[in-house]
Design a binder for this molecule. Structure first.
Ligand code: AKG
Length: 276
């Protein structure tokens, strides 16, 4: 069982927290126990194949029973469909670590993407460069403390198409040109960098059970999976006590009309994973 954050050397927490502030991302050590990882993998596959344990459907999918071979499968709100997936994304060690890394008093899940990047190197497995806030800024008030914990369920090696991050890009402001759905190279060409900004990206490879934490403005993207096994993960979108939804937000522009923030009072959809 991985050590709870209270038992981890305080210097490790300080170093990773400083990296998050400086670079806009950091990678926490494995926090989700191997036995839970082993249990959740078949449940992820069940949801991808349209089997919903709770009887509730995930929000939408690029996959499920209509899986396109080679393409990244992205299933939103998969945790409502399956109890083991819920247990994984709401694991208290994630909340405890996120609070230690960011100083948050309260950490709440507000959205989840289940991501399955198939092996074989198909270009449609890639994720274009983007800043998350580009997709969220019509929902959250400016400067809301919202970010992503990206939890590796399988070992994510260089050849698996890990996320890459651009250190320091969280200080560039919100730029035009983000494109999650575009190719990595094309999406990069569309981004107009601020004067003197230097683009240098680094790999977020990590072992199963670990997670990366990235700021809402940090540029990130990922290449196809060249390995011979799937890259499995959850992007867990989190908010803290310093995040405020926009009232009467326009929910029709994204998410097919689904109001993610309309469920913040429902612990079965938006669990609080740290604090009260
Ligand atoms: O899984 C990936 O490669 C990208 C995920 C992503 O864009 C995110 O977690 O915000």
């Amino acid at each position: 069982m991985p050590a709870p954050v209270a038992l981890v050397d305080a210097a490790v927490v300080r170093e990773k927290s400083a990296q998050y502030q400086r670079d806009g991302f950091c990678i926490a050590p494995p926090v989700v126990p191997p036995e839970l990882l082993a249990r959740v993998i078949p449940r992820m596959d069940a949801v991808r194949h349209g089997e919903y344990e709770t009887g509730k459907k995930p929000l939408n999918s690029w996959a499920g029973p209509n899986d396109t071979p080679g393409k990244l499968s992205k299933i939103d709100q998969a945790h409502v469909a399956d109890r083991t997936i819920f247990e994984t994304i709401a694991h208290p060690a994630i909340g405890e670590w996120v609070a230690a890394l960011t100083g948050a008093k309260r950490v709440q899940v507000w959205a989840v993407q289940m991501l399955h990047k198939p092996p074989g190197g198909d270009a449609r497995g890639a994720v274009g460069w983007h800043q998350d806030l580009y997709y969220w800024n019509t929902w959250w008030q400016p400067n809301s403390d919202v970010f992503t914990a990206w939890l590796a369920i399988s070992d994510v090696r260089e050849e698996s198409g890990p996320m890459h991050f651009v250190p320091g890009s969280h200080r560039w402001g919100l730029l035009e040109g983000s494109d999650f759905f575009g190719s990595v190279d094309e999406s990069k060409r569309k981004i107009a960098l601020p004067p003197k900004a230097e683009w240098k990206d680094v790999s977020g490879a990590m072992p199963a059970g670990a997670f990366s934490l990235h700021h809402r403005l940090t540029f990130h993207g990922s290449q196809p999976n060249l390995s011979d096994s799937p890259r499995r993960s959850f992007a867990i979108h989190l908010c803290t006590e310093k995040a405020v939804p926009i009232p009467n937000r326009n929910i029709d522009t994204q998410g097919g009309g689904y109001d993610y923030l309309g469920h913040l009072d429902n612990p079965a959809i938006c669990p609080v994973i740290y604090g009260g």
